[in-house]
Design a protein around this ligand. Structure first.
Ligand SMILES: NC(=O)C1=CN([C@@H]2O[C@H](COP(=O)(O)OP(=O)(O)OC[C@H]3O[C@@H](n4cnc5c(N)ncnc54)[C@H](O)[C@@H]3O)[C@@H](O)[C@H]2O)C=CC1
Ligand SMILES: O=C(CO)COP(=O)(O)O
Length: 329
């Protein structure tokens, strides 16, 4: 299978390395100098330093040529979009309709509030596509540490293509026909990881973290159900799985944002030093907007939004959550 990965950040590079062990794979990046460095040194010094990339992986900065690589044998190729959510719309709009496509981006699009499958429906109707998500720090995948992912699409042939492309060795890829649930899980866990980062940064303790994860999962599930997802999806890899990973794992950029907010660093300072995208920062208020449109209560998300917008201190946000009325679980 001919595979093209669009986006040479941490996750695109890690997944391209995995794919290249089994299939002819090309990694496209928008920065020609970075691409030339990767091709020469077989390492991505900016986003995944210290990980040697397989010799079989090829590189390109020309988007048309990269897409032609995936289309070399007609419809048998696969395009994997690995940009942040902000780049997904532009990428999907340029992919030829015959090329099956997966995206890795996790979030609600800032401005429109759309999930990936909603963007695809708008800009690429007819494209066979789906999302690949689940608990997966790029560094661990790049180091070939065991990881389980979920490929979600209403199109069974697309799920099969994702599994054929990536399942094997240290990576297990499960299928799901609930792309809404898988996308809501991947988007909301980023916001909740900021919340547990704040709690841990304030030394609130392990009980507080467990409470945020559990009640956060309830928020995530409520929103997902309102948007048309199935409840059981949130007990799976992209719900509970990715939430536990991101909310507790110090490799998470979203969690790191929360830890630093708790030290009273400003968001601008934090983002200037992060060096990678933290999607929760950009989709938190969009999650809340969509929840409000559906009449869904998301108090933890609302608290994170207030802190991110500088309207409330972390301490005040915790106080507000603790003062809420008692209710049945
Ligand atoms: N890093 C990780 O462990 C994981 C990340 N993800 C998701 O994958 C997506 C990408 O994340 P990372 O690779 O970690 O980000 P990153 O911050 O490491 O790299 C982002 C890459 O995207 C490129 N980029 C940014 N905007 C772009 C645009 N408009 N068009 C084309 N390229 C653009 C940047 O140049 C950079 O190469 C995010 O949505 C993230 O939530 C999902 C699972 C794991
Ligand atoms: O999505 C991820 C792990 O599954 C990565 O999380 P962060 O973006 O918070 O690093």
């Amino acid at each position: 299978m001919q595979i093209t990965v669009l986006g040479a950040g941490a996750w695109g590079t890690a997944l391209a390395a995995q794919a290249a062990r089994h299939h002819p794979t090309l990694l496209w990046g928008r920065d020609a100098d970075q691409v030339a460095t990767m091709a020469r040194e077989r390492v991505n010094p900016r986003y995944l330093p210290d990980v040697a990339l397989p010799a079989s992986l090829t590189y390109g900065a020309d988007l048309d040529a990269a897409l032609a690589h995936a289309g070399r044998h007609g419809t048998d190729g696969l395009v994997i979009v690995a940009t942040p959510m902000a780049g997904l719309r532009g990428m999907l709009a340029g992919i030829p309709a015959h090329l099956p496509t997966l995206w890795l981006s996790k979030g609600f699009e800032a401005g429109t509030g759309r999930l990936g499958h909603e963007i695809a429906r708008e800009v690429a109707p007819g494209l066979r596509c789906g999302v690949l998500s689940g608990p997966s720090f790029a560094l661990e995948v790049a180091r070939q540490q065991p990881t389980a992912l979920v490929a979600a699409s209403h199109d069974e042939t697309l799920r099969d293509a994702a599994i054929a492309a990536l399942h094997g060795g240290s990576l297990r890829v499960y299928g799901s026909d609930d792309p809404i649930g898988v996308e809501v899980g991947g988007a909301v866990k980023n916001v909740l990881a900021i919340a547990t980062g704040i709690a841990d940064g304030m030394d609130l303790g392990l009980n507080a973290r467990a409470a945020l994860i559990t009640r956060g999962l309830a928020e995530m599930t409520r929103l997902g159900l309102a948007l048309g997802a199935r409840a059981e999806t949130f007990m799976g890899l992209s719900g509970l799985g990715d939430l536990v990973l991101t909310a507790t794992g110090d490799l998470s950029r979203n969690r790191r944002v929360g830890l630093l907010l708790a030290q009273d660093r400003t968001l601008a300072e934090i983002l200037a030093t992060l060096g990678h995208v933290a999607e929760g920062v950009y989709s938190a208020h969009t999650v809340l907007d969509r929840a409000q449109q559906c009449g869904v209560d998301m108090p933890i998300t609302a608290a994170v939004v207030a802190v991110l917008q500088g309207r409330m201190s972390p301490r005040a946000a915790v106080g507000l959550l603790m003062q809420r009325e008692a209710r049945n679980e």
